[in-house]
Design a protein around this ligand. Structure first.
Ligand code: AKB
Length: 316
């Protein structure tokens, strides 16, 4: 089947890197990037169609599905954890109303495959936080996490009730250099590289003992495409798959950055995001994703640091 792909949240952290990968694979004209407020780069605009739409407005998304004869959707747009705690109503409306609109339209237009991102934020303080199993307690204490659990169940409901082929991943913290940090709790693991290159120092907003699961963007893009290309019978989880690459403490991260940037120093001044970080797992069991559709990661912490520093230095 020729894929006609719509990607919402195009200018966000994952969209900015998933779209070029999808365009390289399926042809630029077959991948419709949909942004909202943030302006894309000229290169991004010129590599394929770019549209502006608000996903909470069903008619706007509907007209794009019709205009481009869409059969595949990556619905990436979302308000992340830290911003979600400041603006819970916005998080609910963007994360839930937007998803419900896209799910309903996917059924109406017989969309062949739909991807929606979940997150480690679906877990909470009552979850076993080490080597967190695929099936476990989901009692998040953030609005973002609440929308992730509700969203996962809604996706599964649409699969069971309507046969919609919807797939999802519980992303860990994703580290990348193309977009600056965007309102999440795992942002420190991105901001540290920006500040290391620009200032030679970083004041980290979580304590040095904080350990969270993380992944490099190249692996996140690979996992997303691999999941979406897997044969439907291989997908045995219709809520969202656990996914991870490496877990490290904020101190281990800072020490690793110092290996790559001479004279780098890091201080630790925890703020309100510490509480969110404490409620999330320190490591994840993603064996189901590895068994079902062959997931395996490539980047460890040292490779992530090397690549981040090289790219941020070259793009200063
Ligand atoms: C956040 O920190 O809010 C996100 C996430 C883990 O989903 N990066």
């Amino acid at each position: 089947m020729e894929r006609r792909i719509l990607v919402t949240g195009a200018v966000g952290q994952i969209g900015s890197e998933l779209i070029p990968a999808l365009r390289a694979k399926h042809g630029g004209e077959n991948v419709i990037a949909v942004g909202h407020k943030k302006e894309p780069t000229e290169e991004f605009r010129s590599s394929g169609p770019y549209e502006t739409a608000d996903t909470t407005d069903k008619e706007e998304i509907k007209s794009l599905i019709e205009k481009y004869d869409i059969n595949t959707i990556y619905h990436l747009v979302g308000v992340l954890s830290a911003v979600g705690e400041k603006k819970p109503d916005l998080a609910w409306s963007v994360n839930m109303d937007g998803l419900k609109n896209v799910l309903d339209l996917a059924v109406e237009y017989k969309i062949d495959r739909l991807f929606w991102p979940s997150s480690i934020a679906a877990f909470g303080p009552t979850t076993p936080l080490e080597n967190t199993p695929q099936r476990t307690v989901l009692e998040p204490t953030t609005m973002y996490g609440v929308t992730k659990v509700a969203g996962e169940l809604l996706c599964q409901y649409y699969f069971v009730k309507y046969g919609l082929d919807v797939r999802s991943l519980r992303y860990p913290g994703v580290i990348s250099w193309k977009t600056p940090p965007g309102g999440g709790t795992t942002d420190y693991a991105v901001a540290i590289y920006y500040d290391a290159v620009q200032k030679g120092s970083y004041d980290c907003f979580v304590g040095e003992e904080t350990v969270l699961p993380m992944m490099y963007m190249d692996d996140a893009v690979q996992a997303t495409i691999q999941l979406m290309e897997a044969e439907p019978e291989k997908i045995t989880v219709r809520t969202a798959y656990n996914l991870t690459a490496v877990s490290f403490s904020a101190k281990e991260l800072a020490d690793n950055v110092a290996k790559h940037v001479d004279g780098f120093t890091c201080t630790f001044t925890p703020d309100e995001r510490q509480k969110i970080a404490n409620s999330w797992p320190s490591s994840i069991d993603d064996s189901k994703a590895r068994e079902d559709w062959g997931w395996s990661h490539k980047f460890g912490l040292d490779e992530i640091s090397g690549d981040m520093i090289t790219n941020l230095t070259n793009n200063q």
